[in-house]
Ligand binder design. Sequence first.
Ligand SMILES: Nc1nc2c(c(=O)[nH]1)N(C=O)[C@@H](CNc1ccc(C(=O)N[C@@H](CCC(=O)O)C(=O)O)cc1)CN2
Ligand SMILES: Nc1ncnc2c1ncn2[C@@H]1O[C@H](COP(=O)(O)OP(=O)(O)OP(=O)(O)O)[C@@H](O)[C@H]1O
Length: 199
Amino acid sequence: MAAPHSTPLLGDPPEIAHRKALARQHCVQSLRTRDSGVDAGIITHLKTLLTPCAQRAIACVWPLPNEVDLRPLCHWLHENDAQVLLPETTPRGTPLIFRHWHPACAMQAGRFGTHAPDGPALTPDIVLVPLLGFDRTGNRLGYGGGYYDRTLAGLPAAQAIGYAPSTQEVAALPSGPHDQKLPCIVTEREILRFDPPSA
Ligand SMILES: Nc1nc2c(c(=O)[nH]1)N(C=O)[C@@H](CNc1ccc(C(=O)N[C@@H](CCC(=O)O)C(=O)O)cc1)CN2
Ligand SMILES: Nc1ncnc2c1ncn2[C@@H]1O[C@H](COP(=O)(O)OP(=O)(O)OP(=O)(O)O)[C@@H](O)[C@H]1O
């Protein structure tokens, strides 16, 4: 039986959810019209942050249409002896599972048009986080599943690195009770680092 005063894990208050939905509309549109030439610059900055990578388990991302394409980075990490993991999109309300990927892997179609390998589930040391939008304090916006917030909450030892084209920056994103700020965000223009919250 639940404790009399236990607090349920509520989602965002309606005002925050509404403001996120408006920001999402703007960010989806600007991602759709992005210049795919920026992907190489993002990957260059990610390689800088991820070197050396041998023996590290690095969660990458297999792109949805219009997203930054990290597949060349997946191959580069594999060639440099990292363990490349990719997310399997689990049922809504549950954290992502990361599965081992290698270039000859069979990819399975999953929820929301995502694809995941059929390899074993492993825990990442580093998680690359796709951003629909971000601001200069480390807030991120995704497609609204809450997947990365739930996943990062369960991986306190993992290093999270967000990435997006610089065009996805917005002045200030709304932040709800479960939003995980990112310590580092990479665009084709720069590597942004944010101070950890003071105790
Ligand atoms: N490439 C990629 N993989 C990823 C993510 C991501 O953002 N990008 N995710 C990040 O969490 C997870 C999947 N999360 C998702 C959650 C909801 C929707 C979704 O509702 N999509 C709408 C269309 C959204 C739009 O374009 O407006 C749909 O399919 O109808 C998609 C992905 C895990 N894998
Ligand atoms: N750990 C959690 N426990 C309970 N609710 C959560 C948790 N993490 C996120 N949520 C809720 O899930 C809903 C969706 O979250 P949000 O809009 O921040 O998704 P997102 O970060 O844009 O999506 P994604 O991570 O899938 O790209 C919100 O109502 C949020 O409060």
